[in-house]
Design a protein around this ligand. Sequence first.
Ligand code: ASP
Length: 292
Amino acid sequence: MASFVLVVHGGAGALNRQTITAKLNCQYMAKLKQSLETGSSILTDGGSSLDAVEQAIKVFEDSHLFNAGKGAVLNKEGRAELDASIMDGRTHQAGAVASVTTIRNPISAARLVMNKTPHVMLVADGAEEIAREAGLEIVGLSYFQTEKHWLHLEKAGTVGAVALDRYGDLAAGTSTGGIQGKLKGRVGDSPIIGAGTYADNETCAVSATGQGEYFIRQVVAYDIVARMRYGGCALKEAAWEAIHGTLTKSGGKGGVIAVDKDGNVAMPFNSLGMFRGYVKNDQQPYTYIFEE
Ligand code: ASP
């Protein structure tokens, strides 16, 4: 059977070797591994890259450790407003939700928008309405106000996943609480197709994390695809240029995870660290925070 690859990230940021205690480090590594195992068991069984991406991201959304789902940072008014998107590299179908406040797993709502509506993005109560009607889990506002916010601990960034399945189909997804203290209604790059997420079977699948405004301005996820498609770049070169060239020159910080149609992986970042990992076929998963 053909091979598969899954790559995940738990966000880039001003992570610091001194502030990440050994205990916290273990917790983050365990969640990265759990996400990789969840997604790879789907791919092992011949499941689709879309299913693997959605389920791998749900593991992060259900954890208080990451800035997505349960652990989402709060806006200026003390509320979590969540964004997410997903894209199918085979069909270029995509779905996204933005500024949702009551959906436990925004990545599943994004998939619902892709599968069940003629649209690409729904926001706020419009997205919540279709999620509720479809039977997705709805939670109260207090669900997101985890202890961590009150302790003011360092929060890891956005989460995302990209996958290549046994049929050669690529998929990408990203989910986030955005930026701590953001203005009400602010939407970042994560739900913007082309900025925070992109998947194209002919080239690669990308999920981004970092200062969303810069990723939107530089259309980072699609920039990597375009470098491969029109410039003939290899994945590593395309992703490296997008982050260390274009994004860095614009003053933005962050990183991407990407996998190409041949299963090559790239995970460049210009921030201090990025929670990330990958698994190829039945090999052991690899996880990292800082430079390798
Ligand atoms: N990119 C996300 C945003 O701007 C934040 C992050 O990756 O931490 O909404």
